[in-house]
Design a binder for this molecule. Structure first.
Ligand code: BGC
Length: 418
């Protein structure tokens, strides 16, 4: 048995997002999920539409304390969640103070359990009014987004020290929503995609600057401020391992694709962030198959993903160029025999540690997801959780992999049979 120690103070946890766990959200996604067109399409595919409507999700809006009790019992010391913009600003410019108070209580509940909050301000969903104004195609979207961000950060500034502006704004969202047309608002237009990615870039920079201004003044109540001096603001982007061919032409094409797939947004916003959040799941052979370079890897049918744990090492080594601390903000596997989940985690952690030894400043690892939840587009059948959820009774059941992961979180080290 070999032991692999992580750096002191390394953070261990898991991640969720509001729309996927809270339940009862009304936003552009819930509108689409329940639309006649979507329901009809699902029926045609022989699927049960109820499985694809977020509805009550995990009911975490009401059960968050139970969720955090579980995370704490699993020795986790950080938790990533998102704030639902449509709850905070249901009508343009009108902020719902009760909704805000709810999130203040959520953050207090995390802190009370010794879990450091990492708060995402946008995780795919938009208020209806914002979507109706064109969403991130609207030239004013950066200002509209930042107005909401300021309200939230003003109210949480003394309790949250890790902020994420956007989750996967360009690599995933802009591609699926504006180019491939498979996510709301279903555009299939290269220009729309570039307009959206530009607006996300502007919005991130503006929000970053405004958040920093909020922390630029002394804490309101010094004795209650838990974070005042070392607040960090970043974003979470998805990176996939792109298999590059040895052939010069294919290799060049692969490198260009890699830039657009993984680096374009990060290159632009890197001067305006205190950390990078890396969501890593799979490898990507979209440009060329390149089986000559890398043979077929383990395949996850429910997501059509090919897994490649060493890819996280390569992505981290590549992101080192930006000279920023990195958190693994998501990494997970769905619908497997649970034993495979812990192997998945360990295999990735092994390569994360290799990257740390290679000089990458990795600060923490957050598994996706704490709970089985409402998977974006794929609905309830696709289960990522360390904790199993019964979507009828909302009963939570800790999976054996969660207990194994808890050992790693507790000892801050990985044990691998040699
Ligand atoms: C997203 C999550 C999603 C996960 C698994 C990530 O790209 O941020 O919302 O559930 O992938 O598909």
């Amino acid at each position: 048995m070999e032991e692999y120690k992580f750096p002191e103070g390394f953070k261990w946890g898991s991640a969720t997002s509001a729309h996927q766990v809270e339940g009862g959200n009304h936003n552009d996604w819930s509108e689409w999920e329940g639309s006649a067109k979507r329901v009809e399409q699902l029926k045609k595919e022989g699927k049960n539409p109820d499985d694809f409507i977020s509805g009550k999700a995990c009911d975490s809006y009401n059960r968050y304390e139970e969720d955090f009790d579980i995370a704490k019992s699993l020795n986790q010391n950080i938790h990533r969640l998102s704030i639902e913009w449509s709850r905070i600003e249901p009508k343009e410019g009108r902020f719902d103070h009760e909704a805000m108070l709810h999130y203040v209580n959520v953050i207090k509940a995390l802190r009370a359990r010794g879990l450091e909050p990492m708060v995402t301000l946008w995780h795919f969903t938009n208020p209806i009014w914002f979507a109706e104004k064109g969403g991130f195609l609207n030239v004013d979207s950066p200002t509209m987004f930042t107005r909401y961000v300021k309200y939230v950060v003003d109210n949480l500034r003394d309790r949250v020290g890790l902020w994420i502006t956007f989750n996967e704004p360009t690599t995933i969202y802009s591609t699926f929503a504006y180019l491939m047309g498979v996510w709301p608002p279903h555009h299939k237009n290269l220009l729309s995609m570039f307009t959206a990615t530009n607006n996300f870039t502007k919005a991130h920079i503006l929000a970053y600057q405004e958040i920093k201004k909020i922390y630029d003044v002394p804490p309101a109540l010094a004795e209650t401020s838990l974070v005042s001096h070392n607040v960090m603001v970043g974003f979470a982007e998805n990176n996939a391992y792109v298999v590059i061919s040895r052939n010069w032409f294919k290799g060049l094409a692969g490198r260009i694709y890699n830039y657009f797939r993984n680096l374009r947004f990060i290159s632009k916003v890197a001067p305006y962030c205190d950390f990078i959040g890396l969501n890593y799941y799979n490898l990507d052979r979209k440009i060329f198959k390149n089986f000559d370079v890398l043979p077929k890897q383990q395949f996850v049918p429910s997501k059509k993903w090919e897994l490649y744990p060493k890819g996280i090492y390569y992505r981290l080594m590549d992101l080192k160029q930006f000279k920023k601390p990195i958190f693994i903000t998501e990494n997970g596997i769905p619908n497997v025999i649970d034993g495979e989940r812990i192997s998945f985690i360990k295999d990735h952690l092994y390569w994360v540690l290799k990257a740390i030894h290679g000089g990458v400043d990795v600060r923490g690892y957050l598994y996706w997801s704490l709970l089985d939840n409402f998977e974006i587009v794929d609905g309830f059948p696709v289960r990522f959780g360390l904790v199993e959820v019964d979507f009828e009774t909302f009963e939570r059941k800790v999976r054996p992999s969660a207990l194994e992961y808890a050992k790693i979180c507790k000892t801050n080290q990985l044990e691998i049979d040699s």
